[in-house]
Design a protein around this ligand. Structure first.
Ligand code: SF4
Length: 355
């Protein structure tokens, strides 16, 4: 029997209602919009996308901080939707969180010992000696040694890299099964980024953790993720094993991201200047059909701007939500008919999506 995935997200929608004006309720921000995936035990994955693609909302939904509007998250086979406060607290102990800004994530008025003791106290580790043992072990694991040098320090007395090691130690101290690292090195000096990524990777492998990185940076994911999910405007548009996705991207958006990275101007790495239209769409009123169609160089008028592409499997283990990978597209006798007329860019027998 197949092992239950550690995490299953099924048809996840996290929308935020906009303000009410008199009797009018004006729309919603569709930050996460029909996202499904599974995370296996012990794997390292990356969620990649530009700012505003829904990464942070997805993370907060996985952490149980946002309740999905539709769909559900299951952890070890149990839906988060049914958890009462005690069970939700137990769930949060199973999920560690490494924030983007380590200085902002650490309470400035607590020293390192008290920062690490706090989650242990909240989760019922009442024995002081046991807390001290676990605090020291966590600091040693993130290589803040000799441990005695760091226990009494306050966040402002630490470098950015040391602060992030404390954040990682805090995320690990309750021995989670899943760690979510949200842009864990984007605010650190370049000199310590590799150290922190290698530290996380070493811990993940040693402990057999599931590690989910959230990042806008495709340059480093090859080294620490096994699988990538590419997000665009609240949806996963492509997912695949890391080398497969980076060496043979199947979605025009992923190709555009990778093309931007090869630009000698590093500032282009997180923007898509090469793609017409230049900006990600509004999540309040996203484009109909494929949300990437206003920027897509391969868009097929009459199809991409009207019909949401389902997930296709252009290669084994590789999924892309793009009409270019409709298996019928290779067939010269294949066609898609919408409202009784043939969509552009296709010919052949009819695949009627107008019903
Ligand atoms: Fe481009 Fe159409 Fe594919 Fe969307 S579905 S990425 S618009 S070709």
């Amino acid at each position: 029997m197949a092992e239950t995935p550690l995490v299953e997200a099924q048809g996840l929608h996290t929308w935020f209602e906009l303000r009410q004006w008199g009797f009018l309720r004006v729309g919603a921000v569709r930050a996460v919009d029909d996202v499904s995936f599974t995370l296996a035990r012990g794997e390292a994955v990356a969620f990649v996308g530009e700012s505003g693609c829904g990464k942070s909302t997805l993370v907060r939904t996985l952490l149980g901080l946002h309740r999905p509007t539709l769909g559900e998250v299951r952890f070890e086979g149990v839906s988060l939707a049914g958890l009462k406060s005690a069970a939700l607290k137990a769930y949060r102990a199973r999920v560690g969180y490494v924030q983007q800004d380590p200085f902002g994530a650490l309470p400035p008025f607590l020293d390192v010992r008290r920062i690490l003791a706090e989650p242990l106290k909240v989760h019922g580790v009442s024995d002081r000696a046991e807390r001290e043992r676990r605090i020291r072990a966590a600091l040693a694991e993130v290589r803040l040694t000799p441990v005695e040098e760091y226990l009494g320090k306050f966040p402002h007395m630490l470098s950015g890299g040391q602060q992030q090691r404390v954040v990682i130690a805090r995320a690990l101290i309750l021995e989670p099964a899943l760690v979510i690292a949200d842009e864990p090195v984007s605010m650190l000096d370049a000199s310590v980024r590799v150290e922190i990524l290698e530290l996380l990777q070493g811990i993940q492998r040693r402990r057999g953790l599931t590690l989910a990185f959230v990042t806008h940076d495709l340059t480093t994911v090859r080294h620490y993720a096994e699988r990538i999910f590419v997000l665009y405007a609240g949806k996963v548009v492509e997912s695949a094993p890391v080398n497969d996705l980076l060496d043979a991207p199947q979605h025009p958006y992923t190709r555009a991201l990778l093309a931007a990275l090869s630009d000698p101007d590093a500032a282009n790495a997180t923007r898509l200047r090469e793609v017409p239209g230049g900006e990600p769409p509004s999540l309040i009123d996203p484009p109909a059909g494929c949300r990437f169609h206003p920027r897509c160089p391969s868009a097929m008028p009459g199809l991409c701007d009207r019909e949401v592409p389902p997930d296709f499997t252009p290669r084994p283990g590789h999924r892309a939500a793009c009409w270019l990978h409709d298996p019928g597209a290779e067939d010269p006798n294949h066609s898609i008919i919408i409202d009784g007329r043939q969509a552009s860019g296709r010919g052949g027998p009819v695949h009627d999506v107008s019903q």
